[in-house]
Design a protein around this ligand. Structure first.
Ligand SMILES: [Fe+2]
Length: 381
């Protein structure tokens, strides 16, 4: 059988621990050689551009905007997946955990109940080999709801779920420490009235009382039984982190305080923050900033959250704002560390034997731009 080989040469290679000029040889979807010196014949000349590992995204709900492009418009789910996939790949992301919301509450604000639909469409797209990036499923489970465990287990049994996050957005908890912040955030976002908000808040408090503790324990058990990686979400206190440690959590998503980030990081739980938070210079809900955590050595992983192109931008921007954090280190936050945290040790770094997931990047001023993307050796964007 003949081998498929591509050589990318004359590049600034961003390796896991340093940068150097050189070339990468890809054979049959894997990196076969990371070389320096004379350019091999038949190589593609990258003109001195950066070559980075393909980015790994653990938490994005970006597909939802394609499924519901206007408040009352529902798009074809397969078409939504393709539009999302194209944008993700063109942003340099070669592995994406699509974060599907399991939030079975008719009064919840936003979309809910679409996880089975989107998981089905993803499976269909994958079966047709129609996707540019490698898509995996992350279930965002809202614990203070009545049927979240049954709904999540049904998805786990039918699809290859790789990551489960344990969320609790009850007003007065975690992300929304004050009920007033919760009210104004969702009223602005959704345009609902004061009276409707009163009902939502009292129902949510009641559901929290009835379901949160039990459902969290059941979801932890269900995930461990299936070898699914767990993430905590919006941890803010020592008690939250202690609970995460007890639950065998691997990733702390969006800790809201420096204390929670520090305790998680020290316990070996990888701290994940939003790339939008970093490039915007702060959190849109007023919690701790990603840049402050990075400066304190507490930031492990960046996530594009709701804007795919923010992931690569944040890696370059963090290094520009804080040159003490070298580019290989910021790139690790969007490649190798998220891959390892999610149990994927076959990718996330430019090294022999790893998947040939690579991106060619140039700078337009300070803004990085993706010029080409290869996934498992195949050009996909
Ligand atoms: Fe949250």
């Amino acid at each position: 059988m003949s081998k498929t080989e591509t050589i990318l040469a004359n590049a600034r290679l961003v390796l896991a621990d340093d940068m150097r000029a050189g070339h990468v040889r890809m054979v049959d979807g894997r990196i076969a050689e990371v070389g320096a010196g004379a350019v091999p014949s038949g190589a593609e000349d990258l003109g001195g551009d950066y070559l980075l590992p393909g980015l790994v995204e653990l938490h994005t709900d970006h597909v939802e905007g394609h499924l519901i492009p206007r408040p009352k418009v529902r798009w074809n789910p397969l078409a939504a997946i393709f539009a999302h996939d194209a944008q993700v790949a063109a942003s340099g992301i070669t592995t994406v955990f699509d974060s599907l919301r399991v939030w079975p509450d008719k009064r919840a604000v936003g979309i809910d109940g679409d996880a089975p639909l989107l998981a089905g469409a993803l499976a269909e797209a994958k079966a047709a080999n129609a996707l540019r990036a490698d898509h995996l499923i992350h279930l965002r489970c809202e614990v203070a709801t009545d049927t979240v465990v049954e709904d999540a287990e049904a998805l786990m049994d039918q699809h290859e779920v790789r990551l489960v996050s344990l969320m609790d957005h009850t007003p007065g908890q975690r992300q929304f420490l004050s009920v007033d912040i919760f009210r104004s955030y969702y009223m602005k976002k959704s345009g609902i009235s004061e009276a409707e908000m009163d009902v939502i808040v009292s129902t949510r408090l009641d559901f929290h009382q009835r379901y949160a503790r039990d459902n969290r324990a059941r979801l932890v058990k269900a995930a461990h039984a299936r070898g699914i990686v767990l993430a905590s979400h919006d941890d803010g206190t020592k008690a939250h982190v202690d609970e995460a440690i007890d639950d065998g959590v691997a990733i702390a998503e969006f800790p809201t305080t420096e204390e929670a980030a520090r305790l998680s990081h020290r316990a070996g739980i990888r701290v994940l923050m939003g790339a939008p938070n970093l490039v915007r210079g702060g959190s849109h809900t007023g919690n701790v900033s990603a840049e402050a955590l990075a400066g304190a050595g507490l930031l492990d992983i960046l996530s594009s959250d709701y804007v795919p192109s923010s992931l690569l931008w944040a890696a370059f921007d963090l290094n520009r704002r804080n040159p003490a954090i070298a580019l290989p280190e910021t790139v690790r936050m969007v490649s190798r560390t998220p891959a390892m945290a999610a149990g994927l040790d076959d990718r996330g770094e430019i090294a022999p034997g790893k998947r040939a997931d690579l991106i060619q990047v140039a700078l337009a001023g300070d803004m990085p731009v993706v010029k080409a993307v290869w996934r498992e050796g195949r050009r996909v964007a």
